[in-house]
Design a protein around this ligand. Structure first.
Ligand code: NAP
Ligand code: GCO
Length: 267
């Protein structure tokens, strides 16, 4: 048995990356496309989908975009059936779409907590449930859940997000446990602090021109001493989407510049 670099190739594979108009999802989708996959993405409305299609076109990628709210099970079933008919069976699912609400827990309304759980945890369940039957029939499939530092750690104001991402870590392990027998691998990527619109409020310059205290805190807390970029997630995503990772299952690959390994600088 010899190892071939071709095991990293994704030619002939159909990859659905949810919410991948910009940010982490877009960068992951671009890397999967470079490895040979056909890219499908969705977003909440036609305007965002058109924006996504234009973003891919600029990169020379012919992507397929669908309007679909990942929390709506009926809409998800419809989209997955439509993709099967128009593009092909989904070989790779990346559960990327996500939201965060930064509100101190005792001030947070239950409806806001539920909404975060709905998008960040219930939706990956709904999406995975919709693609698994065809993967089982095919005898192969890859599901990649975009987890977080908050799958392991807590911090002020992100109770719902941490609860959802912690749950997503365990959903990942359970999908791996339940469907590994069909040659389906479900793994997570746990990005560290990545510079995207989602984290822009944590990097805003202060009125006095100084860097945001959270920005300074994160750089100090990261052995790599910088924020991550969406591009840092490209290699890990291709690996977990490819045959090169066929015996990796139920694993969360943290791509965090070393945050989880580090106790922090002494004052
Ligand atoms: P982002 O820039 O906000 O992108 C997320 C995308 O998902 C947006 O386009 C958003 O649409 C879409 N979306 C939200 N709810 C949706 C729904 N119900 N149905 C379909 N699409 C929906 O976020 P990001 O920073 O790239 O993060 C992507 C993923 O990585 C998320 O799961 C996030 O939790 C996770 N993550 C991010 C970081 C980080 O540091 N940035 C770190 C760890 C994990 P709109 O454009 O309409 O908002
Ligand atoms: C926050 C951040 C995070 C990150 C990310 C970390 O407010 O702490 O938004 O939670 O986005 O998920 O991995």
């Amino acid at each position: 048995m010899s190892f071939e670099m071709d095991k990293f190739r994704l030619d002939g594979k159909v990859a659905l990356v949810t919410g991948a108009v910009y940010g982490i999802g877009f960068e992951i989708a671009k890397s999967l496309a470079k490895a040979g996959a056909t890219i499908v993405f969705n977003n909440l409305n036609q305007e965002s989908v058109n924006q996504g299609l234009a973003n891919y076109e600029k990169e020379g990628i012919k992507a397929h975009g669908y309007v679909c709210d990942v929390t709506d099970e009926e809409a998800v079933k419809k989209m997955v059936a439509q993709i099967k008919e128009e593009v092909g069976v989904i070989d790779i699912l990346v559960n990327n779409a996500g939201i965060i609400k930064r509100i101190p827990m005792i001030e947070m309304e239950a409806k806001d907590f539920r909404q975060v759980i709905d998008v960040d945890l219930n939706a990956p369940f709904i999406m995975s449930k919709a693609v698994l039957p065809d993967m089982i029939e095919k005898g192969a499939g890859k599901i990649i859940n975009i987890c977080s530092m908050m799958s392991e750690l807590g911090r002020e104001t992100v109770s719902a997000y941490a609860a959802a991402k912690g749950g997503l870590k365990m959903l990942t392990k359970n999908i791996a446990s339940e469907y590994g027998q069909y040659n389906i691998q479900c793994n997570g990527i746990g990005p560290g602090y990545i510079a995207t619109p989602q984290t822009a409020p944590l990097r805003e310059l202060q009125e006095n021109g100084e860097r945001h205290p959270f920005d300074q805190f994160i750089v100090g807390r990261t052995p790599a001493a910088r924020w991550g970029t969406p591009d840092d997630l490209a290699g890990p995503a291709v690996f977990l989407a490819s045959e090169a990772s066929d015996f990796v299952n139920g694993h969360i690959l943290y791509v965090d510049g070393g945050i989880l390994a580090y106790i922090g600088k002494q004052p």
